[in-house]
Design a protein around this ligand. Structure first.
Ligand SMILES: Nc1ncnc2c1ncn2[C@@H]1O[C@H](COP(=O)(O)OP(=O)(O)O)[C@@H](O)[C@H]1O
Ligand SMILES: [Mg+2]
Length: 238
């Protein structure tokens, strides 16, 4: 039977995805700074909260207060969802600083999954955001070790947390890599690439579904806008 689809909350994207993201899998939202990754993720969780699907936002670089501020600046009423427990924001920066200070020896898939499970367990979240995913990755000696580690991390998230998960991946400006380590993209079920593209004098925001398992997605790169109260809104293909 076809896997249930989870609405993204992004106008125009569910149609492109033939109904939404296949449930309980992990997806990479990749893009340079300022392309809209965090906004995309917050919109995904708010769409869930509005339909009674709880969400958890794990933030590593950004303070929860800033995420709330950004959401409110966009005209989203986020606090009622937080107060009702439909949206939880966890700052795990301190956890990772502690683990890394211990010379990385505790940065292993089991410990991270235990920490994530502990955070997510009480929230009854079925939607999860990890923004960004890179700090979860240990500095291992070889690329094949990193690849194996990420595979195991993503599969453990899928097996243990039973959430539809967005992992953000910052791309260095000007790079055509999809992720920091160049391997995060292999184990995920889909990749959504956000870009800022220069057209004549102006810049245009674009979204491209680079990969989506079991879905025939169009090969178009769509222009989108960030609109007050609506967030990301897909427009026409470039
Ligand atoms: N209220 C708003 N209206 C329109 N655009 C906004 C608004 N708030 C933020 N943005 C745009 O969204 C961008 C930030 O997106 P963000 O999701 O934080 O990017 P990323 O996480 O990829 O770095 C900002 O650079 C800004 O251009
Ligand atoms: Mg961000």
């Amino acid at each position: 039977m076809a896997r249930k689809r989870v609405t993204t909350g992004i106008d125009g994207l569910d149609d492109i995805l033939q109904g939404g993201l296949p449930e309980n899998k992990s997806y990479l939202v990749a893009g340079e700074p300022g392309t809209g990754k965090s906004t995309f993720c917050m919109q995904f969780l708010l769409a869930g909260a509005a339909r009674g699907e709880n969400g958890a936002y794990i933030t590593i670089d950004e303070k929860p207060a800033h995420l709330i501020e950004d959401a409110e600046a966009l005209g989203w009423e986020i606090r009622p969802h937080i107060e009702a427990g439909r949206l939880s924001i966890f700052d795990v920066s301190a956890y990772f600083s502690r683990v890394r200070a211990g010379n990385n020896k505790n940065l292993n898939v089991n410990n991270i999954i235990n920490e994530l499970t502990r955070l997510v367990a009480n929230t009854k979240a079925t939607r999860l955001v990890i923004d960004p995913v890179a700090p979860l990755v240990a500095d291992l000696a070889s690329l094949s070790d990193v690849q194996e580690y990420i595979r195991s991390l993503i599969f453990s998230i899928e097996d243990n947390l039973k959430c539809t998960t967005l992992l953000t991946s910052p791309v260095a400006i000007g790079s055509n890599k999809l992720s920091q380590f160049g391997v995060e993209e292999f184990a995920v079920s889909g990749i959504i690439l956000l870009r800022l593209v220069k057209q004549e004098r102006d810049w245009v925001r674009t979204l491209f579904v680079r990969k989506m398992r079991s879905t025939a997605t169009p090969l178009n790169e769509y222009a989108f806008q960030i609109v007050s109260r609506r967030g990301l809104v897909i427009r026409q293909p470039l």
